[in-house]
Write a protein that binds this ligand. Structure first.
Ligand code: PLP
Length: 367
């Protein structure tokens, strides 16, 4: 059996006719950028999250940079981010000339270690950018409490966590602002690039919208230094079509994740923590002899990935921002993490095949 790491064709097959109809409608409407498609998507996603404003943009990396610009982050300002996560937050901070302050990840949750975070808050700290890594929500009650007590802003990176929640409140609604990616493989994915900024702060939303649209608050009047970061109408149409499926897809992800967790309890691998509020963008185990396990699974037809082999704290570009004490958890995780296929379209037969294959391979290889 061959099991690819993701299979978007399967996701799109049941909605292909609707997608084609939407594209036809868009082409005949003559409005390929902006307009009703964008407004409708922004309203639908805002309603889904339970937030007042969603501002669409070209991708999540732009979204991060736009928010930091809207906050007027400057050289000398410090922004706290996790030592392991995707690169975008660190990039956006550096593009503004500000300083990323890296905090080690927690050994069990993979998310920023809140204990260690408080030690890194200093006079120049302006904001915290938690990443809900792999779809596992950061404890936002604790994080926002910490941020509030120090007067810090919070920008949630929800690129991997559409629909995850803490208590009943969705991620992206806890901080002043949250950002989302709609890269095709995300839990809610477009058929190209896309991103969004979610906030209850109307003034911030207006400023972000202007920055993403050449600094125009009014058409042809450029008041802020902006850029072009538009989502195109076709991506907005596809996303609007997919939003009603997101909860069902996330529930299937949770079902598969729980089955993996139950089935692999006794194996010599470290499993991710069970969390019913997680949306399992990735199912990441930690295993000794990772590359051998990966190779053996490939021989059985199972494609795996590594997120991420080189964490932000070990990237050459961020060398000068490294804490000399190092980042033991993030660095250890980088050597051991292995992402096992998990997506809603996996059949029960494929899930059982993966369960059996991981048992077989880890029991023989890891010891
Ligand atoms: C945690 C995280 N943040 C930000 C991004 C950037 O998203 P985009 O590709 O839409 O710029 C990604 C993309 O993989 C991500 O995983």
């Amino acid at each position: 059996m061959q099991i690819p790491f993701v299979n978007l064709r399967r996701q799109h097959e049941p909605i292909l006719a609707d997608m084609q109809a939407a594209l036809n409608h868009l082409i005949s409407s003559n409005r390929l950028m902006g307009g009703e498609a964008i407004q409708s998507f922004e309203t639908k996603f805002a309603d889904y999250l339970g937030v007042c404003n969603v501002v669409s943009c070209a991708n999540a990396t732009d979204a991060l940079e736009i928010v930091l610009r809207a906050w007027r982050i400057q050289p000398g300002d410090e922004i706290i981010i996790p030592a392991n996560g995707w690169m975008s937050a660190a990039e956006a901070i550096r593009l503004l000339g500000a300083t990323p302050v890296l905090v080690d990840n927690h050994p069990n949750t993979f998310n920023i270690d809140l204990q260690k975070l408080s030690e890194k808050i200093g006079a120049r700290t302006k904001a915290i950018v938690p990443i809900h890594l792999y779809g596992n929500p950061v404890d936002m009650k604790q994080l926002t409490g910490l941020a509030d007590s120090h007067g810090l802003k919070v920008l949630e990176d929800c690129a991997q966590a559409h629909g995850a929640s803490v208590d009943t409140k969705k991620v992206g609604c806890w901080g002043e602002v949250g950002i989302f990616s709609f890269y095709p493989t995300k839990n809610l994915g477009a058929v190209g690039d896309g991103g969004a900024i979610a906030t209850n702060n109307n003034a911030l939303a207006e400023r972000c919208r202007a920055i993403a649209n050449h600094g125009q608050l009014e058409k042809h009047t450029h008041t802020i230094l902006g850029r072009n970061s538009r989502m195109d109408a076709w991506q907005a149409k596809v996303l609007s079509l997919k939003i009603p499926y997101l909860e069902r897809w996330n529930r299937r992800r949770q079902q598969i994740a729980n089955h993996y967790l139950e089935s692999w309890q006794k194996l010599p691998i470290k499993l991710p923590q069970k969390n019913d509020n997680a949306v399992w963008h990735l199912f990441v185990v930690q295993v000794e002899n990772r590359d051998k396990v990966r190779g053996d699974l490939a021989k059985l037809g199972i494609q795996t990935e590594v997120h991420y082999p080189i964490p932000v704290c070990q990237q050459p570009l961020f060398e000068k921002f490294r804490d000399p004490a190092g980042y033991p958890n993030a660095e250890r995780q980088a050597h051991h993490v292995l992402s096992i296929p998990l997506y809603p379209e996996l059949t029960d037969v494929e899930v059982e095949y993966i369960v059996a294959a991981v048992k077989k391979v880890t029991e023989s290889v890891v010891r």
